[in-house]
Design a binder for this molecule. Sequence first.
Ligand code: GLY
Ligand code: MN
Ligand code: MN
Length: 431
Amino acid sequence: MRHAPLPATFFASHRARLQALLPAGALAVVGSNDVLPRNADGVLPLVPQADLFYLTGIEQEESVLVLAPTALDEAMRAVLFLRKPDPDTTVIEGDKLSEEQATEISGIATIRWLSDLPMLLHKLMCEMELVYLNSNEHLRAEIVIETREARFVRELMARYPLHRYCRLARLMHSLRVIKSPEEVALMRQALAITRSGFLRVLSELHPGMNECEVEALYAYEFTRQRGFFAYNPIIASGLSACTLHYNRNDQPCRDGELLLLDVAASYANYNADLTRTIPVSGRFSARQRQVYDAVLRLQRALIAAARPGLLWRDWQRLAEDLACEALAGLGLLPTGQLARDRSGRSPCKRYFMHGVGHPIGLDVHDVGHLTQPFANGWAITVEPGFYIPEEGLGIRLEDIIVIADDAPINLMAEVPIEAEAIEQALARPRP
Ligand code: GLY
Ligand code: MN
Ligand code: MN
């Protein structure tokens, strides 16, 4: 792992929260993600399974956590199964976790090798009644392969068809959506790394620089500070900013254009998500500034409205209603025609076609119950944008806030966002 070690108590507290939700006689199983193949004999880097990391701190492939809080044998109430280190693998892949290291990371006393899993799981299945298994229940997930966890669910249900099976994801979402102060501190670390990447871009950007050179500036800052890219960076100059998930990042940044930067780091598996839009020349044109300020006002209004009790649906509606007024003020929508159509679609969708934000944490688009009202401790993004292809510009501004009673806490308060602050940071002699 690239990040500094985290205290085992961090993960133990998450297990305690889950155990409190499990009824008597319940067994829960969480496993690693697959190491996915590339072409030929290549593999992609392992993406640590977020629930497994949340509950154990383990980032190693083929690991399995079994929780049975009411098992008769106290040693079987929390068991971590790992690949057994062997010299053939070590010489290629390096060391795997020892039992002692796994205990030190996770705080779990009972560590077993994977070869013991069938026999010990059978013992627990014979004792327990309810089996909580994991599945990807993210609202927008499109899963076209059978994942490791889906294979496990299929095989266990075939072997033990008469148990009662339950959805672990529902419980995990309700835990993970509320961020503890320790989790917020890790997100702040990801944000600090993100900020330094952005400041480096502000200090080095000049007309003619290629988008991929801008990406390299972020990569340098993120990697040397033990971070990773949280998602494929979007570095989009001019018209490309109107492609929401643009990530070719291969065009020159031209004088007079805006550059949309949706780039952020992760640290210790916790993600940041930041978007800023800046003028390549160092100064906004009058029209760019007009649109920029409208997006910034919209973002501020949405942050102010994000209070405990609010429903996502109502926040999105507010965003669309305010966006309509702003777009009319910019001459982009006719003032008299701002009503929704018969299907409820807002006219603002022509220029602001995406959601206002999403939960963020161990996943960039994090899990959470989106039908439930905002609650203290939710970390969410606020990311309105206006995309105007006919004017060759797209502007999005994205911050992360934590919902709190008094007022939301903006974790990006230290990242320049005012047009003047951006221009000031860009004000220097340019090649
Ligand atoms: N960067 C991905 C997003 O903003 O949702
Ligand atoms: Mn986002
Ligand atoms: Mn983003």
